[in-house]
Design a protein around this ligand. Structure first.
Ligand code: G3I
Length: 343
């Protein structure tokens, strides 16, 4: 009998110890809390129903961005019709788990529904379609989506407003300001971002982001932040000092800045040394964000390498995220933990 009791006691001690360890285990989100920095990941609705996926997500992240579910095409399969199923599931998951949501994205020239891109609508019809879309989508999630990528990737590499853009062609340059105004009308409390890729370091495109923001602010357009997507690769990631300078320029405009879609792709097959180099890139950019006065969120563009868009778009590259295909932490994850512990 004493042996049985002894065995039960040992089991209880082991269970309690592992519970305490799991509670105290440092995670990205827990270590980032004192910095008031949200740590995020892109998600898709069906992944959230996977127990292993959702527990890792909730352990490490407190912000989620629908990777595709809130884009025009996935949301609106026919004129005036909406399928909110996946977007609602993501917002409900965030609500239940007290996560912040970045709505992505209201206005982009990619992933438009065919009825719109082939629709041959007039300028005023297109403007009305966009206005209704923004009021419908932002209105639906009023108070549930804290940040919106209102306009995504509107600039050309030289920093000018891209002409090869559906909205530019069908409404004109005013589409950007109008989109922000309609989003603000639909949810005055949501923080409205302009989100851009490959404009994180020094260059014409980064200057273009600043000029665009300045012109919107000068016109009294409600814009609150700039998203730096941070899609990078080993050997060509932006200089951290240049990123810090751009964050400072954004701060002088009174705007927030967020790393919104970070991934660091590597040519396959990957070596341990390359994973360690990748870790240094993640650590450098996280450190820049922590040191900036206006960097409020740091998001990766997918939870694990199995969920990344990279291999399908850039065949022969991959391993771009901080957890591997079987959800194990990579050197990049460990490096980010270390940076967060540097306080
Ligand atoms: O859902 C359909 C499916 O029904 C269909 O069978 C399949 C094959 O045609 O396509 C599926 O849609 C794909 C969608 O991802 C969901 O998987 C689209 O074709 C594909 O183009 C789309 O790619 C997304 C891409 O944006 C679209 O441009 C990627 O997942 C997404 O990671 C990527 O994310 C963008 C950000 O929104 C903006 N910043 C750049 C970033 C990378 O391009």
């Amino acid at each position: 009998m004493p042996i049985v009791i002894g065995g039960i006691i040992v089991i209880i001690v082991i269970l309690v110890t592992s519970w305490i360890n799991s509670r105290n285990r440092q995670s990205l989100r827990s270590l980032a809390e004192p910095y008031e920095l949200a740590i995020g990941s892109a998600v898709t609705g069906w992944q959230l129903s996977d127990q292993n996926y959702s527990s890792l997500l909730l352990e490490e992240f407190n912000l989620i961005t629908p990777e595709n579910a809130m884009k025009f095409g996935p949301l609106s399969p026919a004129p005036g019709q909406y399928d909110f199923t996946e977007a609602d599931a993501i917002v409900a998951f965030a609500d239940k788990n007290n996560l912040v949501v970045r709505g992505h994205t209201l206005v982009w020239t990619n992933q438009l529904p065919q009825w719109l891109s082939d629709g041959a609508y007039t300028q005023s019809e297109t403007r009305e379609i966009l206005r209704n879309h923004i009021l419908t989508v932002v209105g639906r999630y009023r108070g549930k989506v804290q940040y919106w990528d209102v306009v995504n990737e509107a600039l050309a590499n030289d920093g000018s407003i891209a002409s090869n853009n559906f909205w530019m062609e069908h409404i004109g340059p005013d589409y950007i300001a109008l989109a922000f105004e309609w989003a603000h009308e639909a949810d005055p409390d949501a923080l409205l971002f302009y989100n851009e890729s490959y404009a994180e370091g020094k260059g014409e495109k980064a200057d273009g982001v600043i000029s665009l923001a300045q012109s919107l602010i000068a016109r009294g357009v409600p814009i609150h932040g700039i998203g730096m997507e941070m899609h990078t690769g080993l050997g060509w990631s932006p200089n951290p000092q240049e990123v810090a300078h751009n964050m400072q320029r954004i701060s002088t405009l009174g705007l927030d800045v967020q790393i919104t879609e970070m991934d660091v792709r590597i040519e396959q097959p990957v070596t341990l040394d390359e994973l360690n180099q990748q870790a240094r890139v993640y650590a450098e950019i996280l450190r820049v964000c922590l040191k900036a006065t206006n960097c409020s969120a740091f998001s990766v563009w997918g939870l694990t390498d199995a969920n990344s868009w990279i291999p399908s778009v850039y065949p022969g590259t991959g391993s771009a995220l901080i957890f591997d295909e079987i959800m194990q932490p990579k050197p990049a994850y460990e490096a980010m933990i270390k940076v967060l512990q540097e306080r």
